[in-house]
Design a protein around this ligand. Structure first.
Ligand SMILES: [Zn+2]
Ligand SMILES: [Zn+2]
Length: 147
C-alpha cells in the first residue's frame, strides 16, 4: 500500500467524524502501484512533468455501495495523491444506542492525517462512543497519543 494522506471526507457519504477506515476483513480499499489479485482494480495514470505513473485503486466488499461515481471520486483523490477511506458508519463501527462512531473501531485498519495506518484489533470490551449526549459516551484520548 502506498503512503498517501487521507482525503477530507468519507468516500461514500461525506462524513468526517470518527476514525478513517481503509480496510476490514469483509470490505476495504487500497492504492498500489501493481494490480492486486483477487479483488477489483481500477487503473489510474498520473502524469507529472512529462512522466506518467500508473496507480491502482483496488477494493473488496462494498457490493451495494461502489458505484461508478464513487470510483471516479476515488480516482480523482488519487490523482491528487490522497487516499480514499470510509467512515465508521459505512464501515459499521457505530454505537448500538445512538448510531455515532464508537471510540475504538475494532477489526479495522485506520489511516491518520500523516498517511500512516494502523490495525485496531478486536478486544472483548466496550470502549464507548464519541457522542457526549449518549449514555455510552466515554472520553477516549488513545488515538491522540498515536498521531
Ligand atoms: Zn461514510
Ligand atoms: Zn452512543
Amino acid at each position: 500500500m502506498l503512503k498517501l494522506t487521507p482525503g477530507k471526507t468519507c468516500i461514500f457519504c461525506g462524513e468526517t467524524k470518527g476514525q478513517k477506515i481503509v480496510a476490514q476483513k469483509i470490505r476495504g480499499m487500497m492504492v498500489t502501484k501493481e494490480r492486486n489479485n483477487g479483488i477489483k482494480n481500477h487503473r489510474i495514470e498520473i502524469t507529472k512533468g512529462g512522466q506518467t505513473e500508473i496507480y491502482y485503486f483496488s477494493y473488496w466488499g462494498f457490493e451495494d455501495k461502489m458505484s461508478s461515481e464513487i470510483i471516479d471520486r476515488a480516482k480523482q483523490l488519487i490523482q491528487n495523491l490522497k487516499h480514499p477511506w470510509f467512515c465508521q458508519k459505512c464501515g459499521k463501527r457505530i454505537c448500538s444506542i445512538c448510531g455515532e462512531p464508537i471510540n475504538y473501531p475494532v477489526g479495522s485498519d485506520i489511516i491518520f492525517e500523516s498517511g500512516c495506518t494502523t490495525h485496531i484489533p478486536i478486544i472483548p470490551a466496550d470502549l464507548g462512543c464519541i457522542n457526549q449526549k449518549c449514555k455510552k459516551y466515554r472520553k477516549f484520548d488513545w488515538f491522540k497519543s498515536k498521531i
